[in-house]
Design a protein around this ligand. Structure first.
Ligand code: NDP
Length: 477
């Protein structure tokens, strides 16, 4: 079958009739084919979204109820959606199931949330002042391939709950699970045009979404360089942007930490989704007193990870998503070793011939790392962890903050004073203290986003909902 675009409530072929194949990163086989949307298709979707929004303003539908019903349908379809996601993305089936559950929870959360307006007492008591939160308008959602459903889910749920319509562009390599979800929204009764999915290249479909005058806001998740390009394009119309970009998230493990738990956090934080998460742990700063023990124990656990096809139940880490990813991670590791880094484990593809057609890479640990090496200075979107030894919390925080990124950070200590200092001084949108997530997890109820070049704005929580609104002051009298 060929998956089609979802525009104005219907699955439609692209105007050019072009299609392309989506391939399984674990073995290179074709998963399915999908219509390749064009600029013309994108314009049509935006026009439909615009009309749907105007209809909605005149006669609003029960969006909370529709989100709630969609959530139930998503839960019922967990196995099917998770299977498609594992085949197109590569992550383990267990990880895909977790992502689908999170999406269902996101829908439920925003189904129960109302945009808050307020009345304000002003000095002139003859007047009544109100602060309204209007829908921003047609939203453009641009989504990457690492968490295709979870990231799409936050953008769609919050923008619909705030009263908008939305056109989403999934990543070119992971459109299938997203298009499957479209069926569920339709089944739940979402009016046509409020949600549209246009697959196709970032340079055409993506840039049309950003520059079309009818889209009022762009919500983007992906690489920092792409985020900069989007912000530049959006600035020409002063379009609202939320940018959730890269991170090089540190984990700090102090000498008084619960070592086994901290190692569990580093392991989960670095190797989940084969290291391909904006919130993954990307650098470890370990107090010198415990460094050798930390490395020894983490090595043992990293070597016990079962690398393989995400569809196999025994697999605990799938492949990297693409050849590009594999080349990028390999070159980041090689460069770090050339600068004097010591390879503790991994550093290459697995020897197993059954894995030779996939983009597999072994869990990798490097010590004696030069602070200017690429594993430290860049975002490493793969299963490789540089481990750096530090003498104090001050030194750890200083090095952790020495980055263009500021998305997540994690601290392991039993000392309340140290924890407080780290929470106050770390430059990151999320700071975790003694948390098994690693460097950041997703809790839909609290805002998530980055300091510095990790982004602008916040998703999730009430802040995420309000980011899809415009504030309007009304004064009567
Ligand atoms: P991109 O930022 O290029 O892709 C993310 C999304 O943006 C995709 O839907 C992509 O479309 C789209 N896009 C690409 N170019 C444009 C554009 N000019 N205008 C509008 N939309 C555009 O990330 P990549 O997939 O190329 O990954 C590269 C690196 O980015 C990774 O190695 C990783 O380091 C980082 N990354 C970080 C993520 C994070 O959450 N922090 C998520 C994903 C990647 P298309 O798929 O068609 O190219």
């Amino acid at each position: 079958m060929t998956y089609k675009l979802f525009v104005n409530g219907e699955f439609t072929e692209s105007s050019t009739r072009e299609t392309y194949d989506v391939r399984n990163p674990a073995n290179g086989t074709k998963v399915d084919s999908v219509s390749k949307g064009s600029v013309e298709d994108t314009r049509a979707a935006i026009d439909y979204a615009y009309e749907a929004l105007n209809r909605e303003k005149k006669s609003p539908s029960n969006i909370p109820r529709i989100l709630q019903v969609t959530s139930e349908l998503v839960r019922q379809s967990e196995t099917e959606l998770a299977t498609i996601m594992t085949l197109e993305q590569g992550k383990t089936l267990l990880e895909s199931r977790g992502e689908i559950k999170f999406f269902a929870h996101t829908l439920e959360y925003y189904a129960g949330m109302k945009v808050r307006g307020s009345q304000v007492r002003i000095s002139d008591s003859s007047k009544i002042a109100m602060v309204e939160k209007d829908p921003v308008g047609v939203v453009a959602g641009i989504v990457p391939w690492n968490n295709p459903i979870l990231l799409m889910g936050a953008k769609v749920s919050a923008s619909l709950a705030a009263g908008n319509s939305i056109v989403v562009k999934p990543a070119s390599t992971t459109p299938l699970s997203t298009l499957k979800v479209a069926e569920l929204f339709s089944k739940a009764g979402l009016p046509k045009g409020l949600l549209n999915y246009v697959t196709g290249p970032g340079e055409t479909v993506g840039e049309e979404l950003v520059t079309n005058p009818k889209t009022r806001k762009v919500s983007f998740t992906g690489e920092t360089a792409t985020g900069k390009r989007i912000m530049e394009l959006a600035s020409r119309q002063l379009k609202r942007v939320t940018l959730e970009l890269g991170g090089s998230n540190p984990i700090i493990v102090s000498d008084d930490a619960d070592l086994d738990a901290a190692i569990g956090a580093a392991l989960n934080g670095r190797f989940r989704n084969c290291g391909q998460g904006c919130m993954c742990v990307k650098r470890a700063y370990v107090f010198e007193q415990i460094a050798s023990k930390f490395v020894e124990k983490l090595k043992e656990k990293a070597q016990a990870i079962v690398v393989g096809d995400g569809m196999k139940p025994e697999t605990t880490m799938g492949p990297l998503h693409s050849k590009n990813q594999l080349q990028k991670v390999s070159s980041q590791v090689s460069e770090t070793l050339e600068r004097g880094g010591e390879l503790i484990t991994g550093g290459h593809r697995p020897d197993d011939p059954d894995l030779s057609n996939g983009f597999f890479y072994l869990p990798t640990l490097v010590t004696n790392v030069d602070e200017n090496s690429r594993l430290v200075s860049e975002e490493c979107f793969g299963p490789a962890l540089p481990i750096i030894t530090v003498a104090s919390m001050d030194e750890a925080i200083e090095q952790a903050n020495d980055s263009i990124y500021g998305l997540g950070a994690s601290v392991w200590t039993k000392d309340l004073g140290r924890a407080k200092k780290a929470a106050q001084e770390l430059e990151a949108g999320t700071v975790l203290i003694n948390s098994l997530y690693g460097a950041g997890g997703w809790e839909i109820e609290v805002p998530m986003g980055g300091f510095k070049q990790s982004g602008i704005g916040r998703e999730y929580g009430i802040e995420g909902l309000e980011s899809y609104t415009e504030t309007k002051t009304v004064i009567m009298g």
